[in-house]
Write a protein that binds this ligand. Sequence first.
Ligand code: SF4
Length: 265
Amino acid sequence: MSKGYITEIFDSFQGEGPYVGRRQIFIRFAGCPLHCFYCDTSYAKDPHPKFCDFFGGSSMIHSKKLIRNPMSTKAAVECIKELRTSTPDLHSICYTGGEPLSSAAFVKEIAAEAKSMQLKNFLETSGNSAKRFASVADYFDFASIDIKLRNHLAVEERDYDNLYGNELECIRIAVDRGTETIVKVIVVKNTPVGEIEQICKDLAGLDIKFVLQPVTAHSSMKNADAGADIVVPDVKELFELSATAGRYLEHVMVIPQVHKVMGIR
Ligand code: SF4
């Protein structure tokens, strides 16, 4: 059995994409090799946190406790079981990060255990490694895969084409295996329409849901002075990008981060 580093395990409502509002148990794996300027989970970028925070969506249901890392698969599954007792509205187990593919072997073991408990598995990933994605794909019912734009600064410019290639490959693998596939693009102000158009051309014909997610401004963004006016796209831009995507893809949606509005994780 593997051991691995988890930043937090908790239950909450999904705050992004077409499953917004569905109750999930979130496992936030530690570490991420990317550097998106808008990252809102930078606390999960430490690959080796000493402890995993374990808490329920309502602190009235579960008080917070700290579990020492690295955690065993068994310990992670025990957390799932405990949260499961107070979540009759549970949709799925969400494997998120950080970047869960950085812990692929550990993810796979937990996901296999969850499947054996008749639970559904939902992967959120930047899609930075098609090889690692392929190693876990069979265990997932849902995959939400990001496409990073050049202006996200996720990687150095020279590495961008490699990242994009891996993201596209992850999407193709997920679709081929019959996984419900969500492709998410974070949109900042002045996102080039042509870049979104090229992505949609590359995705045309694939059975996916395509989500344009306007970035949420926050104080710990890397370009720190970035106020909402500077980074958040206006509605006119979103209409234009959505219409552009709609010329190539069937299921196009614009959905902001709802958990930020609700003030929850
Ligand atoms: S991929 Fe996600 S966790 Fe990693 S830097 Fe980007 S936003 Fe943050």
